[in-house]
Design a protein around this ligand. Structure first.
Ligand code: B16
Ligand code: MG
Length: 217
């Protein structure tokens, strides 16, 4: 049976959270706001606009709309400079193994990411060709936990949501997958991602037998 496998990008295929952290920290510190790695965790899967709103609220700061747009652009410029050197070595362990198994077994493969930089990153790590559909921050109107991103991916794959499986590292993303009536697989800690149908620390813990069983379901 053909299933649709939808991958989040940041935290699932590559660890770009460390680059978002550097760029947000530079911005926050420039405004006199402290920014910790715990706070960065809370920005996982969250859109760029919402992330800046959260940082400003943590620091009790308000900005004019012009300043807000300027800082958003500055953050992205910094982020792009950090990811400029990315290559295949940044693909997280065993992601290619699972992708190749899915391709060999003629499964649907899509990306479902909040990032507006998703295509650029997939090109840098030479994975863009593996995806039959790419839904990202440039073509969704509602952010996770809204299911729009994953429902659009299912539509593009021409596979029913109930036959789709989502790999996600963020709580909002797991909630979006559940709201889309898809099988949710959390990548990260069980305590944080307890709403997911299954949770693995990373892809090295996911066996081919597990994927076979999911395909047969
Ligand atoms: P950008 P994902 C999300 O990607 C990141 O987890 C989140 O930290 C980031 O703010 C968001 O993309 C927007 O990214 O600034 O590149 O448009 O996890 O949904 O793949
Ligand atoms: Mg993510």
């Amino acid at each position: 049976m053909k299933k649709g496998f939808i991958f989040d990008l940041d935290g699932v295929i590559v660890d770009t959270a460390k680059y978002h952290f550097l760029a947000w920290k530079k911005l926050a510190n420039g405004l006199g706001i402290d920014f910790t790695s715990e706070q960065n965790e809370q920005l996982k899967g969250v859109s760029r606009v919402r992330s800046l709103e959260k940082i400003l609220s943590w620091g009790n700061k308000t900005l004019s709309p012009e300043e807000f747009s300027e800082l958003m652009a500055k953050k992205n410029d910094d982020y792009l400079s950090y990811i400029a050197q990315m290559d295949d070595s940044e693909i997280l362990p065993d992601v290619p193994k699972i992708l190749h198994y899915l391709i060999d077994n003629e499964q649907g493969i899509a990306l479902g990411s909040a990032s507006k930089n998703a295509r650029a990153i997939l090109e840098k790590v030479h994975l863009i060709e593996k995806f039959q559909a790419i839904v990202d921050g440039t073509n969704v109107s509602k952010a996770k936990p809204d299911p729009e991103v994953f429902l659009n991916a299912a539509t593009e794959l021409e596979i029913q949501p109930k036959d789709c499986v989502v790999f996600e590292d963020s709580v909002a993303g797991v909630q979006a997958a559940n709201a889309a009536n898809m099988i949710s697989i959390g990548i990260g800690s069980k305590e944080v991602l307890h709403e997911a149908d299954y949770v693995f620390n990373d892809f090295t813990e996911i066996s081919i037998e597990f994927i076979e069983d999911i395909i047969k379901k």
